[in-house]
Structures are given as structure tokens and as C-alpha cells.
Ligand binder design. Structure first.
Ligand code: TRP
Length: 437
């Protein structure tokens, strides 16, 4: 029987983790891996990495490095299950079942996809450079989570929407087939969200090119800290710690006593050169033991590989039988086997008496009449809006351009609309396109 609550999180194996990733994701995950409260599942999302990275050398190297980072930071692989996504063959299998449960419209609303389209809108072709992998990214993520029936998913704020989509997909499966999935919850760090600033004062992010890699060698670490933007106050002039990136990073790593002392030194006018030196020394000392372990582990890919393979064996003890159960639930199983109980809905339907059936029929007819009436009202509304639009187009200084702009606007609105809205919008577009100016 499953007793402990399951915590599951993945990290995409592209690029170098930086100090911000460490504070936001790695550090809390390592702490949770040491606790007895949860059953932890931690994995390297290498299939997800393919969406962003098509350089085999880089992908392979990143996967080694990120695995080594988890191990160097002290992930307790006896307590948690630490594995590589691509070793769990059931993940892509489940991913397909979930693809068939996912409305395309749900994916249209994904932030990551919409952001990609927004970038493209200026250039004319919406879908330029967007792969199906990027588009259906949240479905693969849902498969990662649902295959282990995880309860809590520690993620950054940017991933919350993906967890909500995962719940939607799971709920649909539960309804259509059998209630086999938990609905997972995002677990976002308590208190203030720790979004660390980078070298230039903006959020530390690979896409801004302002990061400090977690295991940068000492000399590189010093160089990067020296690049952190400060203001032009001179040594001796009091400084505000709360608007200073150097202090922010120091604060995120140092003990509270050290932080209080540093706050005082800001009031006393510590010079920027001095502060950069102090921050460097603090970080270098803090990170050095794990960095040394990292240097050691990365030299031993066989050790990393063994750890991951052992993790995969542990993970598949759960995923293999569960996937068989899921396949059977959709009707895919050995042909000489009888499927588990049919859906309750069907049983209920067959059991109705003649009388009950006729009252069901009457109810259905009433519902259809109401639906027709609603549709007529909605069409009248669409027609009224269209008339207004046409009047505006005719009054525009360049009616042809205004007409084209309205068509484009509607097309865009349809991309982002919910199913219900989209039906009406499409009708409106159809009517508008039929107009001859
Ligand atoms: N999408 C996550 C990220 O980019 C990585 C990820 C993949 C993940 N699958 C997951 C996180 C499942 C949590 C659960 O950060």
C-alpha cells in the first residue's frame, strides 16, 4: 500500500544550472530528499531537453553534468528514486494515451507556446520554428507526473500552469476510463518567491546571459562577481542593502548573523570593491565542498550511469505494472483476458426500465430545445457585433486595411479562445470573410 505522499520533480537537461536554480529548485529538493516525510522522485528530463537542444554533444554533456550536480549536492539516492526520463519506457507510452485525452485548445493556451507565437506575430508566420514537441510539452510533463501518481510537484512559478493542465488531463482520463490518477498539486516555495537577480540586476536567467553558474571555478566566480552592477556611491558613503544585487546574493547564502553584520557595514559605507571581495570569499567557501565533489563525480561517468540505472530499476517497479493497468483501462490488453468492469455509466444505462427511458427522452428533448434557443440568441448577438464592425470598417480611412486587420485580429483571438468562445468567434470570422467590401 502507498502510504507516504509522493513528491516528484524533473530538471530539463540543457544548459548549466546557476545560483538562481540552486536556490529555487535544487536546494529545496535536496532538503526534501533527506526528509522522511515524503517519497521523492527526481529525474533528468532528457526527452524534454530535445525540444530546446538539437546538438547531441551538448545534450549528452548537459545530462552528465546535471546528474553530477544532483549527486554532488548530496541527493540521497537510497531514500529517493533518482532516474533519467528516457530510461522509463512507460513515459512515452503514457504520453500517447494522454495525447488522446488532451484537447488541442488546452495546449493552445499554454504560456510557453503563446509566448513563442507572440514572438512570431511580428514576422507573419505564427508557427515559425514551433515544433510539435514544444506545442505538446505539457502532455509529456503530465506523463512524467501521472505515471508515478505523484501528489506534490515542487516547481517554479512559471510551471504552475503546466501542473494545472496535468490535472485537467488526469481528470479527463479518470472520467472517460477509470479513476486511476491522483490530481497533483504544485508545491511552490513558502514565503517570498526567491527569484535571484543576475549580473545586470535583472532576474538571473540564461536567456538574459547574466548568470553565475553554480559550480563556476574560483577565478571565473571572482570575475563574474566583479561584473555585478552597482551604483556610483564612494567608499564611506552609506548604501542601501535592499536595492543591491551583491547584498541580495549574500543574503541568500549567508547565515542570518553574517547578514545582519553586513547590513551594518552597508550603513557604515562599505566600498563596492570590498563588498565584491567579501561576497566572492563567502560564496567560494560555501560552494567549494560541493564543487570539489562535482569535479570528482564528473570524472567518473560510469558511477553516474550506474546510479541512474539503479534508479530506473526502482522507478520501473512502479511504472511497469501501473502502465499495464492503464493500458487495460483503455482496452489494450491480452485478447484472451476479460477486461475489468465496464464503465459504470454503461451499466446504469442498460438497467433503465421502459418508463425511465421515456422520461430520459423527454428530458433530452427539452435540453435540445433550450440549446437551440440559446444558439439563436448567440447568433443574433454575433450578427449585431458584426454589423457594428462593418460600420467601423466602412468609416475607416482605409477600409481594405481595416478589414484585413479585423480578420487578423479575429484569427488571433480564436487561437487564444476557450472552446466555447472559439465557436462564436469562428462563426463571426466566417461571416466577415463572406463580406464583399
Ligand atoms: N518543465 C520543467 C522545467 O523546465 C521540467 C520538468 C519536466 C518537470 N517534467 C517535469 C518538472 C515533471 C516537474 C514535473 O523546469
Amino acid at each position: 500500500m502507498q502510504t507516504k505522499q509522493r513528491v516528484l520533480t524533473g530538471i530539463t537537461t540543457t544548459g548549466v544550472p546557476h545560483l538562481g536554480n540552486y536556490l529555487g529548485a535544487l536546494k529545496p529538493a535536496i532538503a526534501a530528499s533527506q526528509s522522511d516525510q515524503y517519497d521523492g522522485f527526481y529525474f533528468l528530463a532528457d526527452y524534454h531537453a530535445l525540444i530546446k537542444c538539437q546538438d547531441p554533444q551538448v545534450l549528452h554533456r548537459s545530462t552528465q553534468e546535471i546528474a553530477a550536480i544532483w549527486l554532488a549536492l548530496g541527493l540521497n539516492t537510497d531514500k529517493v528514486t533518482f532516474y533519467r526520463q528516457s530510461d522509463i519506457v512507460e513515459i512515452p507510452q503514457l504520453c500517447w494515451l494522454l495525447n488522446c485525452m488532451t484537447a488541442k485548445g488546452l495546449m493552445n493556451r499554454s504560456h510557453a507556446y503563446k509566448a513563442a507565437i507572440d514572438d512570431n506575430l511580428q514576422q507573419g508566420d505564427h508557427d515559425q520554428g514551433i515544433s510539435m514537441g514544444l506545442f505538446s510539452y505539457p502532455i509529456l510533463m503530465a506523463a512524467d507526473i501521472l505515471l508515478f501518481n505523484a501528489h506534490y510537484i515542487p516547481v517554479g512559478k512559471d510551471q504552475i500552469q503546466h501542473i494545472e493542465m496535468c490535472r485537467d488531463i488526469a481528470a479527463r482520463f479518470n472520467k472517460v476510463y477509470q479513476p486511476l490518477f491522483n490530481l497533483p498539486q504544485a508545491m511552490v516555495a513558502h514565503g517570498e518567491p526567491k527569484i535571484l537577480s543576475g549580473l545586470d540586476g535583472r532576474k538571473m536567467s540564461k536567456s538574459y546571459g547574466n548568470i553565475i553558474p553554480l559550480f563556476a571555478p574560483s577565478d571565473q566566480l571572482r570575475k563574474l562577481i566583479n561584473q555585478i552592477t552597482t551604483n556610483s556611491l564612494k567608499p564611506g558613503q552609506p548604501k542601501d542593502p535592499d536595492t543591491c544585487t551583491l547584498f541580495e546574493i549574500y543574503n541568500a547564502f549567508a547565515t542570518s548573523t553574517a547578514v545582519e553584520q553586513m547590513r551594518q557595514r552597508y550603513a557604515n559605507g562599505i566600498g563596492w570593491g570590498q563588498m565584491k571581495q567579501e561576497l566572492f570569499e563567502y560564496l567560494d567557501t560555501y560552494l567549494s565542498p560541493a564543487r570539489q565533489r562535482f569535479e570528482h563525480i564528473i570524472q567518473d561517468p560510469q558511477y553516474i550511469e550506474t546510479q541512474l540505472q539503479q534508479g530506473a530499476i526502482k522507478a520501473r517497479q512502479y511504472s511497469q505494472p501501473f502502465m499495464a493497468q492503464l493500458r487495460a483501462a483503455v482496452g489494450i490488453t491480452a485478447l484472451d483476458k476479460t477486461l475489468a468492469t465496464p464503465r459504470e455509466k454503461n451499466v446504469v444505462k442498460e438497467a433503465k426500465s421502459g418508463n425511465e427511458n421515456s422520461s430520459i427522452l423527454a428530458g433530452r428533448q427539452k435540453a435540445i430545445a433550450i440549446a437551440h434557443q440559446r444558439e439563436a440568441e448567440q447568433m443574433a448577438q454575433v450578427q449585431a457585433e458584426l454589423d457594428q464592425l462593418l460600420a467601423a470598417i466602412k468609416n475607416a480611412s482605409d477600409p481594405q486595411a481595416a478589414y484585413a486587420a479585423q480578420i487578423q485580429k479575429l484569427q488571433q483571438a480564436i487561437t487564444y479562445a476557450t472552446n466555447k468562445q472559439s465557436k462564436l468567434l469562428r462563426k463571426k470570422l466566417q461571416l466577415l470573410q463572406a463580406v464583399v467590401l
